[in-house]
Ligand binder design. Sequence first.
Ligand code: HEC
Length: 386
Amino acid sequence: MNNLLKGLVGVGLGLGVATVVFAQDQTEQPAATEQAAPADETAGEDTGAASDTAAQDETAPATSEGEDATAAGGEGEAVADDEGDAAAADAEADADTSVPEDGAASAADEEGEQDATAEGEEEHEGEGEASHTQHYPIKKPMHVDWSFAGPFGHYDIGQLQRGLKIYKEVCSACHSMKRVAFRDLEELGYSEAQVKTFAADYEVEDGPNADGDMFTRPATGSDRFPSPFPNEEAAAAANNGAAPPDFSLLAKARAVERGFPHFIFDIFTGYAENGPDYIYSLLHGYDEETPEHIELPDGVNYNPYFISAAGLAMAKPIFEGMVDYDDGSPQTLDQYSKDIAAFMMWAAEPKLEQRKKIGLRVMLFLVLFGALLWLTKRKVWHSVKH
Ligand code: HEC
């Protein structure tokens, strides 16, 4: 008996330690990759260009001469290219052409281009920033009390219907949802006829017909939501170079690390709402002012909740009062964000309720079965001394 207990405790401890080690591994990995990225950034900044991304570092010097001269310091071959520019500056400032970056920079200075000095300062700032790596998201997602959280979780049908309305009226202008078919909407409490009418609002491409041509027709229940753009390149071209991601699985694809000690408690509470919490927070994050030390390229909107940078190509998509609810729910940003996030969770995991129900039954069965086994074992061994 004692040995059995000891064995169980041993196995339990072993599993516990393994979980902690594994989880820490997972939290540390992204940190390592992130560090690599800013290292590139600082390299870029050292060469004098003040922009964030490598691509811009390359394009920036090509545009103005003064910057060229400073930027050249970083790359051997670029120095040769830039000597022409430097020489032009030299002609006025009477400096030696063969002097590398410093000479060139001062030449630019003497030309009266204050850019060079301004960049010099930024260079130092850049070095200062390099000492602490910025981790994203800047702010952890807010925690929402979802109806579908926990072992007894279930979807709130009214909420999903409101989320669908938001998707249809707002987000579907940019975001596709390729894996959801119209007939799936019956799970949101709509009848077959209602789904048919809903689907008929959309046009899908079909064919080829007898003449070999593709044609469009109104969608039916078996069609999936058509995409707003013909392909990803077109989607990116229309949205500042970033294609809006497909909604079908997005709520499951974005999980912000919770860190210690949450991930330990999460095992027991069954927390798996990182995705909807993230989407909810992201939609709230647009109201915050861009901090002074953060510089974003044109078309990028600051959002401290965005998972992989300080801002994203999507501007604030939804505002108070934008979508009319017919069930009397408040038409606020907060309610909208919850409803669309819940809807996206449903799209990503329509069978969540069944999964939780079956899981609960399985656990119940295991407990009962374990108890029965335990009693049986006692009965079988009761006459054997140990
Ligand atoms: C005008 C087009 C447009 C509309 C409308 C729009 N989005 Fe976006 N969305 C984008 C673009 C572009 C991106 C990609 C941003 C990036 O990666 O920089 C994006 C990205 C996202 C992301 C993913 C962020 C991530 O972690 O990668 C979420 C979530 C999102 N949008 C939610 C919504 C919701 C919810 C709505 C409707 C209320 C909506 N969007 C409406 C253009 C749009």
